[in-house]
Write a new protein. Structure first.
Length: 200
């Protein structure tokens, strides 16, 4: 059994066109008035309430012929081998230009967590050059920290002790830094703005 997910592509334009065609082909059902017809409301220039009718769910259509095909296991293996060879060529070229540069560290789970850590800290203003005003992306930092939380949740029970310790430590550090930064932002927001220059 294949691990690749199955999905269906639905072209909603075709469904809409079929519904409109069915509505045109069906004769209107005669209605029997139960109440005397009320006078139509006088036209006004104000806003009017528009009620959308609930339409039944459209049936699923089979996958279209032009839907993208998933790569086969053989194609994936060949592509991975070509990628590895290309990446090795690039690394060899860079090291030939910079002989003092050592080999790049392997990209593993702990490396991924460290990349998230560095991104979150930079977004919170760490690493700013001396004398420069820190540039803070608090919403970006929150997103990066939340991504680390998703990573922790989805990998629960699947990590080695070392990987789990790295992830737990990084999450604790970035969340603490976020709390400190948001506390400082809140304090600054409560202070009155300084008077304009020249007025005392």
């Amino acid at each position: 059994m294949s691990d690749t997910p199955k999905f269906t592509v639905i072209d909603r334009r075709k469904i809409k066109a079929e519904e409109e065609q069915e509505n045109r082909s069906q004769p209107a059902e005669p209605t029997t008035p139960t109440e005397p017809a009320a006078e139509p409301p006088a036209p006004s220039s104000g806003p009017r309430l528009v009620v959308n009718e609930h339409k039944p769910a459209a049936p699923e259509l089979p996958v279209e012929d032009d839907a993208p095909q998933l790569p086969t296991a053989k194609e994936s293996r060949e592509q991975k081998a070509a990628y590895d060879a290309s990446a090795q060529r690039i690394e060899d070229m860079v090291r030939a230009q910079n002989p003092a540069m050592g080999a790049q560290p392997p990209v593993n789970f702990e490396y991924l967590v460290q990349q998230f850590y560095v991104s979150a800290m930079i977004q919170m203003g760490a690493g700013t050059q001396e004398g420069q005003r820190p540039r803070v992306d608090i919403l970006g930092a929150r997103t990066t920290i939340d991504l680390l939380g998703v990573l922790a949740e989805k990998t629960k029970g699947n990590l080695s002790e070392s990987e789990k310790n790295t992830l737990d430590t990084v999450l604790f550090d970035v969340r603490m830094a976020f709390l400190e930064l948001t506390s400082m932002i809140s304090l600054q927001a409560m202070q009155p703005p300084p008077p304009p220059p020249g007025k005392r």
